[in-house]
Design a protein around this ligand. Structure first.
Ligand SMILES: Cc1cc2nc3c(=O)[nH]c(=O)nc-3n(C[C@H](O)[C@H](O)[C@H](O)COP(=O)(O)OP(=O)(O)OC[C@H]3O[C@@H](n4cnc5c(N)ncnc54)[C@H](O)[C@@H]3O)c2cc1C
Ligand SMILES: *[C@@H]1O[C@H](CO)[C@@H](O)[C@H](O)[C@H]1NC(C)=O
Ligand SMILES: *[C@@H]1O[C@H](CO)[C@@H](O)[C@H](O)[C@H]1NC(C)=O
Length: 505
């Protein structure tokens, strides 16, 4: 048990996303009673954000529990709170191991306005799956024969197509290459990267998947946030409190080692501060957010780790133009250059980056609603356009691929995660030249290990980007919050002579 003095310590958490809430929940449960969260916006949840679309709910941020099984704390909490459908709870569902890529029924459409036969596409689907699988193995082997994931896939796809597809007609081969381009764009969305050329091949296998067929929250992901918040004392979170500076290493005269400055001028002193701001925000604001600045090795890791944009564009139709059992629609551009996952002229052709749509199910609940996915700079450009312009582009896109010149969506709604000043993008991916050391650096508290400054654990770091193998996910974020709470708990529970709380060394 922590000492009385330990439980009295003043802990400030910056950000009320799932990682900040999880840290607070664990600390409060343990007995720390001077915990508060400072949140920049008017709401909790951060990148968990449930919205309205017509009469239905949609997820503007996180949608799935990736790998809903016993080891996934988000799944376990959601089950405890009663937020899941019965199917998600059955053991068979938890046992399916999909390796991060759900076996979705896909409808393929081509830019010549035709729906393609799924079985005709299998050789290319299989080739891509084979390459992804091989890519995941480089991390453990410690070899990196290509400069990036994109480079690896392009080079190998060309070589293998040459060998394996010789007997096929030129048209078929070209179509299969279009499919590889399409899947590269899809991977950009999954990874939240602009192009797979920016994703590290060696670090690709760092990301771990959990078993279980991805599932969603019946009443919205925010239900998880609300239930966790209900375990916290009222008033623990204060809203509209954007932190502008964390002054740490206060050695002279100050009663506590850290002082947190809020934009409106308020100052909060603390023994420990847990920073959970997104990596995108950190990349942009680290120079003003910390005083003294972040140590160089940490800063370099902030810069090396990737943080990109992935957005959703929801569209509703009067009737479906896809198969009844269709789960994802993929769009193949037949006039594109070989194997590209980025467009040359963003302003004119940004819509080509949208790889396709997932179908919202069950239809009885959602009606005929699709969620379009677009990543990268094209996605960031899309955010700047007026709604009607996006609506027009999506309408034209669907008319082109269905060959139906009058099809018109009923309504549309898009996310704008890059413009969100407190997120500056969507989520983390391992950039080129990244390794597990970068993730270790991101989660390392200040003062750094080995530094002679006191006291320890002044500034701690949680959030999606700090999880060594579940970065970019809700469960990764949640676990990172618990990890930092545990760090403080074990700090104060250590049996040796009690650490001086406010050493002025
Ligand atoms: C489009 C999209 C789809 C996604 N889909 C999935 C999915 O299907 N499944 C999945 O597992 N994950 C998904 N994710 C990722 C998941 O949403 C995140 O990994 C997770 O929610 C991050 O939680 P966090 O606490 O680390 O950060 P956040 O939720 O971003 O919380 C950080 C908080 O800090 C606040 N803040 C920022 N700066 C300051 C400041 N200076 N002062 C005070 N407060 C500040 C922010 O307002 C925010 O509330 C998706 C994300 C996006 C964007
Ligand atoms: C990035 O994409 C690859 C496929 O290219 C996938 O296997 C990997 O899990 C993705 N990473 C994340 C964090 O989703
Ligand atoms: C912290 O303060 C001490 C004493 O003033 C100083 O020697 C040290 O350089 C400071 N550390 C940083 C990272 O600024």
């Amino acid at each position: 048990m922590a000492s009385r003095q330990g439980l009295d310590s003043q802990i400030v958490i910056i950000g009320s996303g799932i990682s900040g809430i999880a840290a607070a929940q664990k600390l409060v449960k343990y007995g720390f009673h001077n915990v508060r969260i400072l949140e920049a916006t008017v709401r909790s949840g951060g990148r968990i954000k449930t919205g309205k679309f017509g009469n239905n709910i949609i997820e503007i941020g996180a949608n799935w529990i990736h790998g809903p099984s016993e080891e996934n704390p988000v799944f376990c909490l959601a089950r405890e709170y009663g937020l899941l459908e019965p199917e998600a709870l059955n053991p068979e569902n938890q046992a399916v191991d999909i390796g991060g890529h759900p076996p979705w029924v896909t409808n393929w459409f081509s830019s010549s306005g035709k729906k393609l036969k799924a079985e005709d596409m299998n050789p290319a689907v299989d080739l891509f799956a084979e390459l992804l699988h091989e890519a995941g193995e480089f991390a453990s082997k410690g070899v990196e024969p290509h400069s990036s994931m994109g480079d690896f896939i392009r080079t190998e796809a060309r070589l293998r197509a040459e060998k394996q597809w010789q007997a096929e007609g030129a048209r078929t081969r070209a179509q299969w290459m279009c499919l590889i381009s399409n899947q590269l764009k899809l991977e950009c969305s999954i990874n939240g990267s602009h192009t797979m050329d920016e994703v590290s091949l060696g670090a690709f296998g760092l990301y771990k998947t959990l078993p279980g067929l991805d599932c969603t929250f019946t009443q919205g992901y925010e239900g998880l946030v609300k239930n966790l918040m209900a375990e916290l004392p009222g008033g623990l979170v204060t809203y509209r409190r954007p932190v502008s500076c964390v002054r740490w290493n206060n050695t002279e005269g100050a009663d506590r080692p850290v002082s947190v400055e809020v934009e409106d001028g308020e100052r909060v002193t603390a023994d420990h501060v847990i920073v959970t701001v997104p990596l995108g925000y950190l990349k942009r604001h680290h120079a003003t957010l910390f005083s003294p600045p972040l140590p160089l090795h940490k800063l370099l890791s902030v810069q090396r780790m990737g943080f990109g944009t992935n957005n959703k564009i929801f569209v509703e139709f009067d009737s479906p133009w896809w198969d009844v059992d269709c789960e994802v629609i993929c769009l193949l551009w037949e006039d594109e250059e070989d194997l590209v996952d980025q467009v040359a002229d963003v302003k004119r052709s940004w819509i080509r980056k949208l790889f396709g749509f997932t179908v919202l199910t069950p239809t009885e609940r959602y009606g005929h609603v699709l969620c379009g996915w677009i990543a990268g700079h094209e996605s960031e450009y899309m955010e700047t356009l007026p709604e009607q312009e996006v609506m027009h582009a999506v309408t034209q896109l669907i008319r082109t691929f269905t060959g139906n010149p009058i099809i018109t969506p009923r309504r549309m709604l898009r996310s704008q995660w890059f413009q969100d000043p407190w997120t500056c993008g969507s989520y983390t991916y391992p950039g080129r030249s990244c390794s597990s050391q970068d993730l270790a650096n991101l989660m390392e508290p200040l003062p750094s290990k080995g530094a002679s400054q006191f006291p320890p654990l002044q500034v701690l770091f949680a959030g999606e980007a700090t999880h060594h193998c579940y970065y970019s996910t809700v469960h990764g974020a949640l676990l990172s919050g618990w990890r930092e709470a545990d760090r403080l708990i074990s700090h104060y529970s250590s049996t040796g002579p009690p650490e001086p709380l406010h050493s002025k060394l």
